[in-house]
Design a protein around this ligand. Structure first.
Ligand SMILES: Nc1nc2c(ncn2[C@@H]2O[C@H](COP(=O)(O)OP(=O)(O)OP(=O)(O)O)[C@@H](O)[C@H]2O)c(=O)[nH]1
Ligand SMILES: [Mg+2]
Length: 416
């Protein structure tokens, strides 16, 4: 069996919130596990300021140095983003590889990326992350697959060449991504024109977004192929969309998106902009929360990202998953729907709530369908609720409820 790298995790409590530091370190341990790193100890230093040289205090650095020798440690991982100079100073003082949370997240994304777009986005994020750190990161670069970078810490000329090469790669990646974005932009526009309502699943990683997508599409989807769901961080990296339609109800498009995690590296948010832009087309956001493992911190973080994307006006429903695993009602201080993607509990209420949003701007219309348009009548029957049908010499008079989308679809037959 391959020997796992052994790490000490370090957090600085500079905002006087020890509990949240502790939770964040637990999350960091999960991130480390995802890239085959074993956590052997965790250290929290409480200090009211960030020390410029080492990020933590120099006394703490000495303490960690001793731990490294005793515990046979390969690397130290910080829960916050370090400056290039801090990485260099820490490497020198501790003589092991130094990483930060952003670096781990980038590594996981690189492992998980499947589609061409996700791979390019992650590669771009990694290069953007490395660029300002070229001078700082010596041995720590080797784990990034930067094998061709000088592991002993580059000299000036080497540094210049590396920097130029990195810049060229960044440009190349941006150009390739532009091409893909153009294609995707087209299909988004097409969808907009049809204006089928869009419902987006948004939330912290591992909350159960993909599972919900699978559950709903199994019940009401036209395409029942399952999306990938798994108990791991960042199972989903690409937006996937599915058409969902229950009989006699208007259809909508459900989209599954990449999960969030606090302190998401800004390089990643930037690179995933086009993926996240899919959320912008949503008429309704389902904010998914893991009922088994949630914290106000996580819930607020997702809200903040939604706000940062400029989408705080988009209607939103809070949906708490994993009801089947819960003994107590979750203690969340706002309205939410509780569901289980395993047993289907609460799914009906959720569907009703989604419908209510989609039906929000509906009105009753009278349609006249000529007798030779029997197929349209059949389609109408499956798209919405028919209130009344009258047969006359001119054709069928049908009274129905139409959403704006259906209104557009059946416009030629509308009488009022
Ligand atoms: N028992 C139970 N497990 C669930 C439920 N919903 C999701 N899970 C499990 O939780 C894990 C994560 O689910 P996913 O659907 O992959 O989570 P996600 O939100 O898509 O995660 P990312 O793609 O990483 O953002 C999987 O192991 C699911 O089987 C639920 O309602 N009950
Ligand atoms: Mg997922």
């Amino acid at each position: 069996m391959q020997k796992l790298d052994r790490a000490i995790l370090v957090a600085l409590n500079y905002q006087g919130n020890y509990e949240s530091c502790k939770l964040s370190l637990d999350e960091l341990e999960e991130l480390a596990k995802a890239v085959q790193i074993k956590t052997v100890d965790k250290v929290i230093q409480s200090n009211d300021k960030i020390e410029p040289k080492f990020f933590i205090g120099s006394g703490k650095v000495l303490e960690i140095k001793q731990m490294i020798d005793i515990l046979n440690v390969d690397m130290v991982i910080f829960d916050d983003t370090l400056s290039p100079a801090q990485i260099r100073n820490l490497e020198e003082a501790l003589d092991v590889q130094i990483f930060d949370r952003a670096f781990l997240i980038l590594q996981i994304f690189a492992l998980r990326a499947q589609t061409k777009q996700a791979m390019l986005e992650v590669a771009l994020a990694q290069k953007l992350y490395m660029l300002p750190r070229l001078a700082g990161m010596g041995k720590s670069l080797s784990r990034q697959g930067g094998g061709s970078f000088n592991a002993k810490g580059p000299g000036e000329t080497k540094l210049e060449t590396d920097r130029r090469r990195l810049n060229m790669e960044i440009t190349r990646l941006r150009v390739s991504l532009e091409g893909i974005k153009k294609e995707r932009g087209e299909s988004r526009k097409r969808r907009f024109k049809n204006s089928i309502p869009v419902v987006a699943l948004v939330g912290y990683t591992n909350a159960g977004k993909s599972s919900l997508m699978n559950h709903l599409s199994n019940l009401y989807g036209t395409n029942k192929t399952e999306v990938f769901e798994k108990d791991m961080l960042f199972a989903t990296l690409d937006t996937k969309s599915k058409r969902i339609q229950k009989d006699n109800q208007p259809p909508f498009i459900l989209i599954d998106t990449v999960g969030f995690i606090s302190k998401l590296p800004p390089e990643l948010i930037k690179s995933f902009e086009s993926t996240l832009a899919d959320i912008a087309s949503a008429d309704l956001i389902l904010h998914i929360v893991d009922g088994k493992n949630y914290s106000p911190l996580q819930i607020n973080f997702t809200k903040q990202v939604i706000k940062d994307l400029g989408l705080e006006e988009t209607p939103r429903l809070l949906v708490v998953t994993k009801k089947d695993l819960l003994v107590h009602q979750p203690n969340i201080l706002e309205d939410y729907l509780l569901i289980s993607n395993k047993t289907g509990e609460g799914m009906n209420d959720l569907y009703q709530a989604i419908s209510a949003h989609i039906y929000k701007d509906s009105r009753i219309f009278k349609l006249l369908l000529p007798f030779d348009k029997g197929s349209i009548y059949e389609r109408l029957k499956s798209d919405t609720t028919i209130i009344e049908t009258n047969y006359t010499a001119d054709g069928m008079f049908v009274k129905v409820v139409l959403t704006p989308y259906l209104y557009n679809l059946y416009k030629p037959y509308i009488m009022n």
